[in-house]
Structure formats: structure tokens, C-alpha cells
Design a protein. Structure first.
Lengths: 193, 165
């Protein structure tokens, strides 16, 4: 150390006031929590407000699982649906294809062509244009000899004619049981093979 | 940690205050800076790596810089770090008091002419007994740079005193 440094060391530094000693002593002897500054409080608050990543939370896990389950269920539904036999739509197509042609045969029966099936109905020759009858697939029982035909397949006028020809009677409403479901007489639905 | 802090304060309180005064230029602000630094230090629970006195000096320096920034040097006349400098000592010398006192006043005034960084280094090196490495840690400057600045400051002081015997 040079002479100048020694001389500098002899200089007296200005002392702080007693107030500083009191303040610092108070800090050093106190609990740490008391002296939490606003910055520290703000920092801890911002930490607690921080949004956790969604994938790290339980809620996120549940959401992700739900998506996977929904996707798997949809795929299974598509697979099962594609392997199901066609039923309703094909049936409708078959039914719509079974249209009674206006050309009736000489014995009064009507020829119905339905793919591989051919049926003869003993009905009258008049008013049969546009009349449809069920195919063999939806007959309840073929051996019964008569069956109920759905209203959409037989118009009331045509059914009246069929009934009069089969029974030899004159159709009156009183003679028949009214079925509200079909808005026509139940007996009119019966068709004798 | 608390005990170490208390011991460091007892040992370096005057130098810490002087360092803060060097930066703020106001004794009141310097006291506030030291107080603020110790508040921050007491909030820490873990002991910092490296020299503990250097860490305390660094905290006081940062607090002083913050204080100065807040005040933005409202006072045009800066207070001296040394008790022997200033108007009081000059008046004392003018009344025909001892030559050593006059010499000390001249030396203190010469130190006041140095730039702030050089004054900080002198305070920490001579009065705080910190090593160049510790001062470098406080100032966040390479140790060699601190040593060079210190030597240049001593040479400059010698030159000033030679010109004004």
C-alpha cells in the first residue's frame, strides 16, 4: 500500500445517522414475513394467478379422454352401421316396385311382378290402376287366406271394389268396422289370394 | 443468514453508507438505500454463492442506484463522502488549525473530483477492504478493469496533490 493509500485510509468517512442503525436493527431482529415488500407480494400473486397448462391439469385430462371416447364410439358406430344388412330402405324400394299393372288377366285376377315372385290376385279388373299390394316378405301369415293391407298400399275406392267382388254384397259403411288408424274399413284391407 | 447479515452490517456499516452516499449524493437517500437493501436481503432465505460482503455491497449499490433514479438528482450540490471535506473543514483550515487537517481536506476534495465509479472503487477497496475480485462482483465488471481503474485513480490523485501542495 502506497503512502497516498495510507493517507486516504486516515480520512474519516461520514457516519450515518442513528436512525439507520435503528431501522436496520429492526429489520434484522424481525420476522421475515413482516418485511415482505409490495414487489414480493405482487410476484407471488402473479405466480398464483398463472394459468397451468391444460394438459397438465385434471380437467384437461378428462376433456382429452372424453374426446377419445367420443371418437372411438363414432368409429365403432360407423363400422357397425356399414356392416348391418339393408332393411328398411330396401323394403321400401321393393314395395314401391310392386305396382299392380292395369293389365288384368281374363279370369279377373291381377298379375303382380316382383322380381322373382309372381302373384295372381283374384280381384276385379276395374279401378286397380296405381293400386299396390304387399309382397310376400311382410305378410303375417300366408296360410290364413286373407291379410290386412296397409292403407298406403290400397286406396279406399279400390278396396271397396275388391270387397264387393269378393263378397257379392254392396258396400255400406255400416257393415264394416271402422279403423281410425287407416281411415278406412278394416275389411277393405283383406285380400283373398 | 441473519447473523451473518448483522455481522456484516456492524463491520461495514460506514463503508456501505459511504458507497450509497457516493451514488446518491445525499445522506438521507443513502440511509434509505442501505435500509432498503437490508430489507431485500432479509427476504432471502438462501445464502448467495460467493463472497457475502460483496453480495451485501452489491445490494446496497443497487438500492442506491434505484434511489438515485427515483430522485433524479434533484439536488445540484452533492454531499461529500468524507467528514473532513466540505465547508466545515475548509472553515476549520482557514482558522489556522493544523496542517494535517488541511492536507486531509485537500485529499478529500481531490477524491471528490474523481468520477463516481472511481470513488466507489476507492471506498470499497480502502475503507471496505474488499478485494478486486469482490469489487468486480459488486460492479459487475472484470477484475482487471477494476484494478486498472483503481491504479489510475491513485495516480490521478497523486498528480492533483502534486499540483496543489
Amino acid at each position: 500500500m502506497s503512502d497516498l493509500e495510507t493517507q486516504i485510509r486516515t480520512l474519516k468517512l461520514r457516519s450515518p445517522g442513528n436512525g439507520l442503525d435503528i431501522r436496520v436493527d429492526a429489520i434484522l431482529k424481525s420476522e421475515p414475513a413482516i418485511f415482505r415488500s409490495n414487489e414480493v407480494i405482487a410476484a407471488s400473486a402473479s405466480e398464483s394467478d398463472t394459468v397451468r397448462p391444460l394438459h397438465a391439469s385434471r380437467r384437461g385430462f378428462v376433456l382429452t379422454s372424453s374426446w377419445w371416447i367420443a371418437a372411438a364410439a363414432m368409429m365403432a358406430g360407423i363400422f357397425i352401421g356399414s356392416n348391418m344388412p339393408p332393411s328398411r330402405s330396401q323394403l321400401t324400394d321393393n314395395a314401391s316396385s310392386r305396382v299392380v299393372t292395369p293389365a288384368t288377366q281374363d279370369n279377373g285376377s291381377v298379375e303382380i311382378q316382383d322380381g322373382a315372385h309372381r302373384e295372381n290376385l283374384s280381384v276385379g279388373s276395374s279401378n286397380l290402376a296405381g293400386m299396390t299390394v304387399p309382397g310376400p316378405s311382410n305378410r303375417p301369415d300366408s296360410s290364413v287366406g286373407s291379410q290386412i293391407v296397409e292403407s298406403s298400399w290400397l286406396s279406399p275406392t279400390a278396396a271397396t271394389v275388391v270387397w264387393e267382388q269378393q263378397t257379392g254384397q254392396i258396400f255400406t259403411v255400416v257393415n264394416h268396422v271402422n279403423d281410425g288408424r287407416f281411415n278406412m274399413c278394416r275389411e277393405c284391407h283383406r285380400v283373398v289370394r | 443468514m441473519r447473523a451473518e447479515l448483522e455481522q456484516t452490517y456492524r463491520q461495514h456499516r460506514q463503508t456501505l453508507f459511504s458507497l450509497a452516499l457516493t451514488i446518491t449524493g445525499c445522506s438521507g437517500l443513502a440511509e434509505d438505500a442501505v435500509h432498503e437493501a437490508f430489507v431485500r436481503l432479509c427476504q432471502r432465505t438462501d445464502r448467495p454463492a460467493g463472497s457475502f460482503p460483496a453480495y451485501v455491497y452489491s445490494s446496497v449499490r443497487n438500492a442506491a442506484v434505484d434511489c438515485r433514479r427515483r430522485q433524479q438528482r434533484q439536488k445540484s450540490v452533492l454531499e461529500s463522502v468524507f467528514a473532513e471535506s466540505g465547508s466545515g473543514l475548509v472553515a476549520e483550515a482557514a482558522n489556522g488549525l493544523s496542517d494535517p487537517a488541511e492536507q486531509r481536506a485537500q485529499l478529500a476534495s481531490a477524491i471528490e473530483t474523481l468520477d463516481e465509479s472511481a470513488r466507489q472503487i476507492i471506498v470499497m477497496k480502502i475503507f471496505g477492504d474488499l478485494t478486486f475480485d469482490e469489487i468486480a462482483e459488486v460492479l459487475e465488471t472484470p477484475s482487471a478493469t477494476v484494478a486498472t481503474r483503481y491504479r489510475r485513480s491513485i495516480l490521478k490523485l497523486e498528480e492533483i496533490l502534486r499540483r496543489n501542495p
